[in-house]
Design a binder for this molecule. Structure first.
Ligand SMILES: NC(=O)c1ccc[n+]([C@@H]2O[C@H](COP(=O)([O-])OP(=O)(O)OC[C@H]3O[C@@H](n4cnc5c(N)ncnc54)[C@H](OP(=O)(O)O)[C@@H]3O)[C@@H](O)[C@H]2O)c1
Length: 331
């Protein structure tokens, strides 16, 4: 069997995640048993939720176990199969984890058609982040034509899709992103009406100026000052989709909300986890695939090379160094 490389969780972070929390080990790929499929993973998805799982804390998902291969979404190719649903050469998306080869019983992988869409897009706009954007925007915010929707981490894997879906729905999309380059991309490529740089010293004034008609929907990926500023501008009956609070994943504070304002303005705030809504995934994925194939949804990737680069790339993503979907090219 071919040589395998894996990255395991070696220790839990006490504050920010560090390279020493991870350990690279070399093994050989396992022979597939009855019903099993051996997959050569081609791209690994790095996602903010992985930081939460590194803690030994009660959450919506079980913590990542110490000494076990880091979990994660992957796309790859079937190299050997004892499962009649899969044949060698099939392109699949699944949860192969931080390793070059993975075994599956077929339950957590599905074949995808990579002829119209690049394979790695099934980890981005036509994968979990895309469905997250679709669900939070359509099912929680439900934008109406002419409404103002604010999106934080506006150029990221999730946020980039949210902004474009909001524009397709006829809303005004206001993005918040880190730095002039990301903001230019948000406006020029993703079609945001305005993008405000949260690193600017005048951020609060600039965001207020970008919201003359207030805020009807907030798609929250970050927490912190952008949330608190947008909240001051909520219109009556504004809807807030709490998708993520990445600014606090390494231990920082989460924003507090003024409950009196929520009452008087009749605000709806809903946190959600995309994996709770699996029944809607096929509908969302079909819609997203159509938009991506037609060029109506554009996206950007930051790709680090080789499994060994995954810990640094992951830590960088938690600090906002990625620009678009963070991937690791494994082969
Ligand atoms: N609820 C769910 O089911 C679900 C599913 C998937 C993802 N999520 C959440 O959605 C959010 C976006 O995920 P993603 O995969 O699309 O990641 P991403 O946006 O591609 O990457 C993270 C981005 O967060 C931004 N950021 C802003 N302030 C930050 C801070 N203080 N520290 C670190 N980063 C900061 C950075 O962009 P700037 O440089 O532009 O600030 C960074 O590039 C995350 O909060 C994630 O946990 C939730």
């Amino acid at each position: 069997m071919p040589a395998n490389k894996q990255i395991i969780l070696d220790s839990r972070p006490t504050g920010a995640a560090e390279p020493r929390n991870f350990k690279l080990i070399e093994t050989s790929a396992a022979e597939p048993g009855p019903g099993q499929v051996l997959v050569r993973n081609l791209y690994l998805s790095l996602d903010p939720y992985m930081r939460g799982r590194m803690n030994d804390a009660k959450s919506y998902a079980r913590p990542q176990e110490l000494g076990v291969v880091m979990g994660g979404g992957t796309v790859g190719e079937v190299v050997a199969s004892n499962n009649q649903r899969f044949k060698p050469g099939d392109k699949i998306v699944g949860m192969g984890g931080w390793q070059l080869y993975s075994l599956s019983d077929g339950g957590d992988i599905r074949v995808v058609d990579a002829s119209r869409i690049p394979l790695q897009a099934f980890l981005g706009p036509v994968g979990m982040p895309g469905v997250t954007a679709w669900y939070g925007l359509n099912k929680i915010i439900a934008p109406k034509k002419g409404e103002t929707i604010v999106v934080t981490a506006a150029t990221g894997a999730v946020g980039g899709v949210v902004g474009q879906l909001a524009k397709i729905a006829g809303a005004t999309a206001i993005g918040v992103a880190g730095g002039a380059e990301k903001c230019a991309y948000a406006r020029d490529e993703l079609g945001y009406d305005i993008c405000v740089d949260h690193k600017s010293p005048n951020f609060v004034d600039q965001l207020n100026a970008a919201l003359p008609k207030g805020v009807d929907g907030l798609f929250e990926n970050v927490g912190g000052v952008p949330f608190e500023t947008a909240a001051q501008r909520f219109n009556d009956f504004a809807r807030v989709a709490i998708c993520g609070l990445i600014a606090s994943y390494d231990g920082g504070p989460t924003p507090t909300v003024d409950l009196r304002m929520m009452l008087t303005k009749r605000i709806k705030v809903e946190g959600f986890i995309v994996s709770d809504h699996l029944a809607l995934w096929p509908t969302a994925l079909a819609e997203l695939a159509g938009h991506v194939a037609a060029g109506h949804i554009r996206y950007r990737e930051t790709i680090s090379e080789g499994l060994e680069s995954a810990p640094e790339a992951f830590i960088g993503m938690l600090k906002g160094r990625n620009f678009g979907k963070q991937l690791v090219k494994l082969a």
